[in-house]
Design a protein around this ligand. Structure first.
Ligand code: OXD
Ligand code: MN
Length: 605
């Protein structure tokens, strides 16, 4: 039975039913009875059915499920992801583009009758707390129970999501997903930003099919934000509670493999804990930010769970993330421990199960399989865990108004050049810093150390429109916020010495850098003015307890600004703006070009 009288929802569902021709249509109300029944159905599928999910040990991992996707379908597919705007220029140089009508003509035959013999699930969901002025409604149509159960964790799913839509509003995002034949040759992840529409076909992997996440909350939402005066960013949100009980909120954007989830769930060093500092997680991946009534920038996490990479997560690296996964969690492409019906992944502990099922489904002897050079879990295997499981979830997580942001932090993995932390001179300079976010490949990953990958604002795969217009929107937001704008910082946890040793301990000790950032926001710390921005005075970084590790000589290296390296950096940014952006149809705002000149002039002084 339809769960809404909204005429636009009903008309669109009818149209998509006529196209995909499912045997039946089930509206997802979000009730426990319905979800339990779907769980029974999907876990009762015969062995070998590719949709099958497994129940895990109810004592050790209560409410947890396990699933494997096809080996050809384990990650986001950027080369098959499209932004379809009427004009090619509106998609810009960082996106694949096709004319919307052409794309629909191409995909319509793939969708025609694709759900024959299947059930279509109609999933209403809210990105953001229901009723929040920052929240948005989505509806996803899918032929996958796995998608329904994951969306239940990642979003506020069910009939309540329709509450504020009314009968006539057209302000909802239409997502159509079919796993079809999971055919990689016909896999498409397509955004139509001008129509609030997403079409995803031939994948069953999270990032491609949980349409609320990257497709809506970043690609479509960034486009909406530009038109409506807000921002959708690939940022974690955390709160640092100070000993006086006040909490300061910070967002941070990093390219992948830079420790975003670890920073979001940071455990402060002992000294800070003793002093009464606490870190709370509001989000680990996405922030929607809008000016509030007081003129400050407020952020919500539009998601309701964490879709985290499992390998590397352990009691030491991120005990909070591990705790998130101990109940009501879905594990995908990790290994099964058949000895006790639990799961295992690389670096969880030093005891891979002897009786294991590896991520592709073969029964193996875990230690032997690893000794032969294999991994038991896929490197991009995931947990889908409810945010409410997080021991350090912020008490403001469901606050419909969001949290006021004091600082925005950018970062990347840089062996040299970029100091541990520095602050921009102003919002425009900070926007430049965001546009310059890049990460170096490591020797382990590519064989070539120091190859720079540009990833502006860590948003390269997620900006749903022209990157030049996106930077212009950042500048406009800065103007609107004026002196209430968050301060902008850049951090680099990955600076190395000549031998390739990391100079900074990272993890919980990153709290020391957050501490300086907060003091700067509050006007309680001075700074050294350099050509690239404000750096900490050495005595202002609290190194109590790590003096042996971070000696004065190491601190000098961490905070060094090497003029020659920075001249090279600026030359590379000129090349990037020119060759990768402007020459390919992106308008680099004049203000950002001017920042290059300003930094260069300061370096030459
Ligand atoms: C993610 C990603 O899955 O950024 O969050 O790829
Ligand atoms: Mn992400």
């Amino acid at each position: 039975m339809a769960l809404t009288n909204n005429k636009n929802v009903l008309a669109w569902v009818d149209e998509m039913v006529a196209l995909t021709k499912p045997d039946q249509v089930v509206w997802i109300d979000g009730s426990k009875e319905q979800l339990d029944a779907l769980t029974e159905e999907v876990t009762s599928l015969p062995e070998g059915n590719r949709d099958k999910m497994y129940k895990l040990n109810p004592d050790k991992l209560p409410g947890c499920l396990y699933h494997r996707t096809l080996p050809n379908d384990v990650a986001r597919v950027e080369d098959r992801t499209f932004i379809c705007t009427k004009n090619k220029e509106d998609a810009g140089p960082t996106n694949n583009w096709m004319d919307p009508e052409e794309m629909k003509a191409k995909l319509t035959p793939l969708y025609d009758g694709v759900m024959k013999g299947r059930t279509m699930y109609v999933i209403p969901y809210s990105m953001g707390p229901i009723g929040s002025p920052l929240a948005k409604v989505g509806v996803e149509l899918t032929d996958s129970i796995y998608v329904v159960l994951n969306m239940n964790i990642m979003t506020r799913m069910g009939v309540d999501a329709f509450k504020n839509l009314g009968d006539v509003s057209n302000d909802f995002v239409r997502g159509l997903h079919s796993k079809a034949d999971v055919d990689p040759e016909n896999r498409y992840i397509v955004q139509f930003p001008e129509e609030n529409t997403i079409w995803s076909i031939n994948s069953a992997y999270g990032g491609n099919v949980l349409l609320g996440k990257k497709c809506f909350a970043l690609r479509i939402a960034s486009f909406q934000g530009k038109n409506e005066g807000w921002m959708a960013e690939h940022m974690l949100i955390l709160g640092v509670q100070k000993p006086n009980g006040e909490t300061v909120y910070i967002t941070a954007a990093f390219p992948s493999a830079c420790g975003k989830t670890n920073l979001a769930m940071l455990i402060p060093p002992e000294g800070y804990q003793k002093d009464g500092y606490k870190v709370f997680t509001v989000g680990d991946d996405i922030a929607w930010m809008k000016p509030g009534k007081d003129g400050r920038l407020y952020a919500i996490n539009p998601e309701n769970g964490f879709f985290g990479v499992a390998p590397g997560t352990n009691e030491k690296s991120n005990p909070n993330a591990l705790a998130c996964t101990r109940k009501n969690t879905i594990f995908t492409n990790v290994a099964l421990n058949n000895e006790d019906g639990t799961v295992w992944w690389e670096k969880l502990d030093k005891n891979p199960p002897v009786d294991a099922t590896e991520w592709k489904g073969a029964k193996v002897n875990g230690p032997e399989f690893i000794a032969e050079g294999n991994t038991l879990a896929h490197p991009n295997s995931r947990f889908t865990a409810p945010a409410e499981n997080c021991p350090c979830i912020s008490p403001e997580f469901n606050n419909p108004e969001g949290v006021p942001i004091s600082a925005i932090v950018f970062g990347g993995r840089r062996a040299s050049t970029t100091p541990l932390v520095y602050q921009s001179f102003d919002w425009t300079h900070g926007t430049y810093m965001g546009s310059a976010v890049s990460s170096e490949t490591t020797a382990a990953a590519t064989g070539a150390v120091g190859v720079l990958r540009h990833d502006p604002m860590a948003m390269k795969p997620f900006i749903g429109y022209n990157v030049g217009d996106y930077w212009a929107h950042w500048l406009e937001m800065g103007e609107k916020l004026g002196d209430k704008a968050p301060k902008i910082f850049n951090v680099n946890w990955f600076k190395q010495d000549e031998e390739g040793n990391f100079l900074w301990p990272g993890f919980g000790d990153n709290m020391r850098v957050l501490d300086w950032i907060i003091k700067r926001c509050e006007g309680k710390a001075d700074a050294v003015e350099t050509a690239i921005g404000y750096l900490p005075k050495k005595e202002d970084l609290n190194l109590t307890g790590i003096e042996d590790e971070v000696t004065p000589a190491i601190l000098d290296k961490l905070l060094a600004v090497d003029t020659d390296l920075w001249k090279k950096e600026i030359a590379e940014m000129r090349r990037y703006y020119q060759d990768d952006i402007a020459a390919k149809g992106g308008k680099v705002p004049a203000e950002l070009m001017a920042e290059l000149d300003k930094i260069e002039a300061r370096l030459n002084k």
